[in-house]
Design a protein around this ligand. Structure first.
Ligand SMILES: Nc1ncnc2c1ncn2[C@@H]1O[C@H](COP(=O)(O)OP(=O)(O)OP(=O)(O)O)[C@@H](O)[C@H]1O
Ligand SMILES: [Mg+2]
Length: 455
């Protein structure tokens, strides 16, 4: 049963509300005689909803709201005022109140308002949980050199409104980078709209991006805003930009050039202030060479590019990421938190994750958790294909590099092997040399110099 706290300095008022809410709404109630008392009660008992008087001596309702806001307390608060001054109520809502009532409203309205607030709060926590499970709320994790450089670059770019092109292999974290670009900058809190250019049929992508007027085409029975308009003030994330059909490419170029869109079925231009962030796992230069992507559009997009390093270039982040996914999985399935035994962690860190990068790691962790009940996951639980990956049979070089002379390929493989080992050992030279079976640390230094690998 939900617990409602009523904060009012007038005893008769708070007792009446408490009595009515119990009788009519079936809630449990708690009362407090003022702001400080109310905050203290909230600190000692989990309250589901608060009814708060704005005018009180000492700590008043506004101060209570400000304190809750500062603490990030998500409890919904309904305020009321006896003065009938709506200006004050509006101010309270701006401070984070869920809603407001007037003291003379019928009790049924008050019960209804409390029920709405409880429902809103339940939905909010459900959305939070879903976003966490979907990895959407995941912060961009990583402390390796490559991850730190990435975060630094993203934070710098987040401050300016120009277009950004994010490049990276599948599952490497491109969408997370796009979110951080948005969240770390002045557009945070404004809309972030994501459109996957590969997921929509060619005929629909333009209407999705630019909107349409009623009657623009068969089936357009009402006017609809496109993603550019919805995202105005915020960020439009164009995922898999390499898949955008040629006509839409031409229109996108025009929007990037003049900041105006035209909905399908009209010539009227609408100004938009939308920051475009595009992502691709394709080599867009090659797409341009093959005539599938406009060069002028590429130039517009790639003035600022972010390269998201594949996981094999930052294997040092594997334990941290694995730990994070263990926690997420436990939350998702309502299970107790597991840990990885050090040898199991080492196996994960020795794998190249070339197929699907961080997403693959996340999936592997999820499967490990489902597969057993052991609190500590041991090396025997790690799938064979991952253990095999650490053997000498597989080289941590992607298929893309499989072109060239044997000499070049050998050099590239050597560089990759050494780099991975260094990352794995936090660039500890002696330790890395040992793990690679080299005679001493100076042999490793020599190889590093040959490949221009520097800490
Ligand atoms: N640095 C990171 N820290 C935490 N989680 C990450 C990180 N990078 C990726 N992930 C997680 O890995 C998964 C894949 O990330 P994301 O969707 O951003 O990749 P992507 O590059 O957009 O993939 P695709 O190419 O398939 O579209 C998500 O669940 C995301 O939360
Ligand atoms: Mg993606």
């Amino acid at each position: 049963m939900s617990l409602v706290l009523i904060i009012d300095d007038v005893p008769a008022m708070r007792d009446q509300y408490a009595y009515d809410l119990e009788r009519l709404g079936g809630f449990r109630t708690l009362t407090a005689s003022g702001g400080s008392d109310g905050l203290a009660k909230m600190a000692s008992e989990p309250v589901d909803c608060v009814i708060l008087d704005l005018e009180m001596p000492g700590v008043d309702g506004f101060e209570v709201l400000a304190t809750l806001k500062k603490k990030g307390d998500p409890t919904p608060v309904i305020v009321y005022t006896g003065t009938g001054n709506y200006q004050r109520c509006v101010r309270a809502v701006k401070l984070g109140a869920y809603g407001f009532l007037s003291k003379d409203e019928p009790l049924e309205r008050v019960v209804q308002e409390v029920e709405n607030a409880l429902q809103w709060s339940a939905l909010r926590s459900e959305v939070g949980a879903l976003r966490r499970q979907g990895g959407l709320d995941s912060p961009l994790l990583g402390e390796s050199r490559a991850a730190a450089a990435l975060k630094l670059q993203v934070d710098r770019l987040s401050a300016i409104p120009t277009a950004v092109l994010i490049m990276g292999e599948s599952g490497s974290g491109k969408e997370l980078v796009a979110r951080r670009l948005h969240d770390a900058g002045p557009r945070a809190g404004k809309p972030f709209v994501a459109v996957n250019c590969a997921a929509l049929p060619e005929t629909m992508i333009e209407s999705e991006l630019f909107g349409h007027e009623r009657g623009a085409f068969t089936g357009a029975d009402r006017t609809r805003r496109g993603a550019f308009e919805t995202a105005t003030g915020g960020t439009l994330f164009l995922d898999e930009i390499g898949e955008l059909p040629a006509p839409a490419q031409a229109k996108l170029l025009r929007v990037l050039e003049n900041g105006r869109i035209t909905r399908l079925g009209t010539h009227q231009e609408i100004r938009v202030d939308t920051r475009v962030v595009a992502a691709t796992n394709r080599d867009l230069d090659a797409e341009v060479a093959a005539g599938r992507f406009r060069q002028d559009l590429l130039y517009r997009l790639n003035a600022h590019t972010v390269r998201v390093p594949p996981l094999r270039e930052r294997l040092g982040d594997v334990p941290l990421l694995a730990d994070h996914f263990l926690e997420l999985t436990a939350e998702k399935f309502g299970q107790t938190r597991r840990t990885l035994d050090p040898e199991a962690a080492r196996l994960l860190q020795a794998y190249d994750w070339a197929r699907n990068n961080v997403r693959e790691l996340r999936n592997v962790i999820e499967r490990l958790v489902i597969a057993s009940d052991d609190p500590v996951i041991g090396p025997e639980a790690i799938p064979q294909e991952i253990r095999g990956g650490s053997g000498p049979g597989t080289l941590p070089v992607g298929p893309a590099s499989a072109v060239g002379t044997l000499k070049d390929l050998k050099a590239a493989a050597e560089r990759q092997i050494v780099l991975s080992a260094l990352e794995r050992n936090q660039w500890h030279i002696t330790q890395t040399a040992q793990q690679l079976g080299l005679a001493d640390h100076s042999s490793l230094l020599k190889i590093m110099r040959r490949h221009g690998l520097k800490k």
